[in-house]
Design a protein around this ligand. Sequence first.
Ligand code: KIV
Length: 277
Amino acid sequence: MAKKKLTIQEILNRKNSKDKIGMVTVYDYQMAKLVDESDCEMILVGDSLGMIVQGLDGTTHVNIEDMEYHLKCVRRGAPNTFIVADMSFMSYQASKEEAIRNAGKLMKLGADCVKMEGGLGIMDKIKAVTEVGIPVMAHIGLTPQTAAALGGFKLQGKNKETAERLVKEAVAAEEAGAFCVLVELVPAELNELIDKSVSIPVISTGSGPSAVGFNLNAYDMLGIFSDFKPKFVRQYAQLKQVIVDAFNAWNADIKSGSYPANDEAFHMKEEDLPKLD
Ligand code: KIV
């Protein structure tokens, strides 16, 4: 039986519920199909595609057209899963109009909500987007689009001052109309405080257990991306080695002449074969 897609109201109702939500980050049709077949209830089409798919060293070069392309692929593969689409760097920061227009593009392509990274400086954009009826997931803590300004891809909110700022940002996101807030890479104790300070659901990416939703990247949890393993990643498979071993086995079969075998080729009757002069 096809999975029933979550609604915004159901996500709101899960605040304080024991019925937790798994949100897997994927970027393409085949992976999306696998998530759709699984029990995971949310997909993030993240701008981390800049690193995972495009081989860049961050997310700032990803543009809204990249997001549109990958969102379309993912939506085709996962018709029954709630999809969060990332708004790329500078697709919403410059003006409210631009934010609305670009959020609208993602919604027209099948997103169930958009995700907007940033602190107090983008709350007017979140407000503008939610006021036209587009659901927004706010994203605070480590915000990779502005990681350079935060001192790199590091744990956020470690001291009183930055911790207080993050609580303020979560509260401001709720006031701006966000239906949900993703908190990336802050200490578990701070995330608990954030969760208690807002009445909207919290999604944790590496921020401990005080949340209703949890996000991991498919490439991390499947053990495909292996350059490094963040502390919060739990690997459920070691597919990198499985894949490399498969490539090597096929290559060895080619070299030994065992691939392709007779039954791995198409055949025709001898009388239909033209004769060479
Ligand atoms: O793009 C992404 O994968 C994200 C997660 C790190 C939350 O934004």
